[in-house]
Design a protein around this ligand. Structure first.
Ligand SMILES: Nc1ncnc2c1ncn2[C@@H]1O[C@H](COP(=O)(O)OP(=O)(O)OP(=O)(O)O)[C@@H](O)[C@H]1O
Length: 306
């Protein structure tokens, strides 16, 4: 049987007295986009860098395309986009990409890739003079130019403007269609929802949830609206069917869930709007939607800053 793109079992990584990764187990399947999400310091970059062979694990087993990450033959088969560039500051963008392309047997055309990422006009600019977002795009281009089987992208769209972010998403979509396995980290929940087949949420170095975006967010819908903070939700709940739930999170944002059997139906909607009218409350942006990945993420990892 063909091995998974990445297989991690019981991974442990310590930095002095800090346990950054604490028994993490996950599988990234071949041909899929796997997104690793987690708050700052959750252990995403450490995990990716161990898979890339840049860091040593303190425990557990990691296999990349079925091999130990330190195996040199993986260099030609795996593309890597680091969080911190990895490009010499004086290298001109176009020359750097041409140089990187020579390490591979069947590279993509550097000029076409530059064009694709909107960098043709910057081909002769030294890397250090590029903007942060342009540098990101060069790193992304370098990660994919060798037509890898597997690509690791650590926060690929961090610092990109909306146009560049869409170009990045398109590129990841193309990689997936070409059968390339992609493992990426991101803080953008919409990015994970849009791109990923499989989402892994980690916190304090452990997996706290995983599944497809649809599985994680569930099928149940919620009624949401904005109104003045501090509405008396206990009073509202007395008029709703048993098993309903109501919460204010954050202040002034209200979420009402119906009972598991019925969800949010027309009666619940009518009851809530009638209650608002009786209380003199104007409910803004009233909508009935599924939970977002961001809701799930915040429920699992909390709201305190890391
Ligand atoms: N070289 C290092 N030396 C000491 N501690 C480190 C080192 N690298 C990471 N850490 C610590 O390990 C933990 C995990 O860091 P890591 O960079 O893997 O998290 P992350 O999920 O990628 O965070 P972010 O979202 O902020 O990029 C953090 O507590 C961090 O401070």
């Amino acid at each position: 049987m063909e091995s998974a793109a990445v297989e991690i079992d019981g991974l442990v990584k310590r930095y002095g007295r800090t346990t950054a990764i604490d028994g993490l187990t996950l599988t990234a399947r071949r041909g899929e986009v796997t997104a690793i999400l987690g708050p700052n310091g959750a252990g995403k970059t450490s995990t990716i860098e161990i898979c890339e062979g840049f860091r040593q694990a303190d425990g557990g087993v990691v296999r990349v395309l079925g091999l130990d990450p330190a195996r040199p033959e993986l260099r030609a088969r795996v593309g890597v986009m680091l969080q911190a560039g990895g490009v010499p500051p004086a290298a001109r963008a176009g020359e750097w990409l041409r140089l990187v392309s020579r390490f591979y047997a069947r590279p993509l055309d550097p000029a076409a890739l530059l064009d694709r990422l909107g960098l043709t006009g910057h081909a002769r600019t030294p890397y250090r003079r590029l903007s942060g977002g342009q540098q990101q795009r060069i790193s992304l281009a370098a990660a994919v130019i060798g037509r890898p089987e597997l690509v690791f992208l650590d926060e690929p769209s961090a610092g990109l403007d909306p146009q560049a972010r869409h170009a990045c998403w398109d590129l990841v979509g193309d990689l997936r269609r070409a059968g390339v396995s992609v493992v990426l980290t991101t803080h953008h929940m919409d990015e994970a929802e849009k791109l990923a087949d499989h989402v892994v949420i980690i916190d304090r170095g452990r997996v706290v949830a995983e599944g497809s975006p649809a599985t994680l967010t569930g099928a149940e819908r919620q009624l949401r609206f904005r109104a003045r903070p501090g509405l008396n939700l206990d009073e509202l709940l007395t008029g709703l069917p048993d098993g309903s739930a109501a919460k204010e999170s954050p202040a002034g944002h209200y979420i009402i869930e119906g009972p598991a059997s019925a969800g949010v139906g027309p009666e619940l909607l009518a009851t809530v709007t009638a209650w608002c009218a009786a209380e003199g409350v104007t409910a803004d942006d009233l909508s009935i939607e599924r939970r977002t990945l961001e809701d799930v993420f915040l429920e699992l990892t909390g709201r305190e800053l890391r």
